[in-house]
Design a protein around this ligand. Sequence first.
Ligand SMILES: [Zn+2]
Length: 91
Amino acid sequence: MIEKMPRDPDYIVDISGIEDPSSAHSVDVNAGSEPSPRSWIGIKFDCCGTYARIYRNRDGTAYEGRCPRCLRPVEVGIGPGGTDQRMFRAT
Ligand SMILES: [Zn+2]
């Protein structure tokens, strides 16, 4: 005899596409399947008054990203004895 389970949803609606739209432009973000988390910092873009994360580049020399609205590129260099600050402003 097959017991009837309480009705579960047949599937889970996985909503995608509401992530940072700028990530669609960076081709290499998901290259490979390394599980290592990417370092990021928060940036406040004064141009549009928006906030976004930007990620470290491959060489580890800078954080690079774009304003999510106007796509203005921003780069925060990583220098020796640099800051451990996690919030920046792009003016
Ligand atoms: Zn902007």
